[in-house]
Design a protein around this ligand. Structure first.
Ligand code: HEM
Ligand code: HEM
Length: 176
């Protein structure tokens, strides 16, 4: 299959939807009450878990779309930038997947019954296991911070293209 030269509307909409949800998800994660033994998930945690599952669904859809509709890196870029941007993009997919799955596993190991946006019960991935929960909590935090660092690199690169290189890379992800 020949790679397309431009991102289509679906890829752009999915990209910006995930960005918007992550902008909600990080503050929610930091502001919701800390977990302590025996606690039940409150409204903040229910929302965090529900938004997290939406992010997981969207990133799986994006990944499937990306694999079915590959887009070639901008041909005017030097080889090192094509290679590094592709690597950062794949790393972003992997880290969003890892962050959401470790979060879901953590909630599962707590033995919680959580509803999806207070509407329907959410399926859990495993049964209660305090020791496993402790380990996976560390992983969720490691993944969420690694994702934040890689997002920082990705956004810094986008800003460099706007203000330093002054090329049309940012336009590739904008409407039109
Ligand atoms: C990309 C999506 C996600 C991001 C960016 C994210 C981010 C965060 C953040 C910033 C915290 C606060 C931890 C801290 O104090 O450092 C947190 C905690 C937590 N997250 Fe997520 N999360 C995501 C997805 C999920 C999902 C899908 C679930 C469950 C289905 C989940 C379950 C939890 C739980 C149970 C905690 C509490 C753990 C604790 O306080 O140590 N998260 N998350
Ligand atoms: C304000 C924040 C952001 C800006 C300005 C931005 C900008 C861009 C631009 C311009 C591209 C196209 C690069 C190219 O291929 O030429 C792109 C692609 C991409 N962005 Fe972002 N981005 C942002 C946030 C994010 C976030 C938070 C994520 C995920 C966690 C993300 C994931 C991706 C991925 C995976 C691609 C590659 C798409 C693909 O080829 O499948 N971006 N972004």
């Amino acid at each position: 299959m020949t790679d397309r030269l431009q991102y289509g509307t679906t890829a752009k909409v999915l990209h910006w939807l995930v960005v918007a949800l992550l902008l909600v998800q990080y503050p929610l994660g930091w502001l919701m009450p800390d977990i302590h033994r025996g606690m039940k998930p409150g409204a903040g945690m229910t929302l965090h878990i529900s938004f997290g599952i939406v992010i997981l669904i969207l990133i799986v859809m994006r990944l499937a779309w990306r694999l079915a509709h590959p887009v070639a890196p901008e041909s005017s870029l030097p080889a090192w930038q094509r290679l590094s941007s592709e690597s950062v993009h794949w790393l972003l997919y992997v880290l969003v997947l890892a962050t959401t799955i470790t979060g879901w596993l953590f909630a599962s190991f707590r033995g919680w019954g959580v509803s999806f946006f207070f509407l329907v019960p959410m399926p859990m991935l495993a049964s209660e296991n305090a020791a496993a929960g402790k380990i996976i909590d560390g992983w969720h935090q490691a993944m969420e911070w690694s994702l934040l660092v890689v997002i920082g690199i990705h956004v810094a690169a986008a800003l460099a293209h706007i203000f330093v290189y002054r090329d049309r890379i940012m336009q590739r992800m904008l409407p039109g």
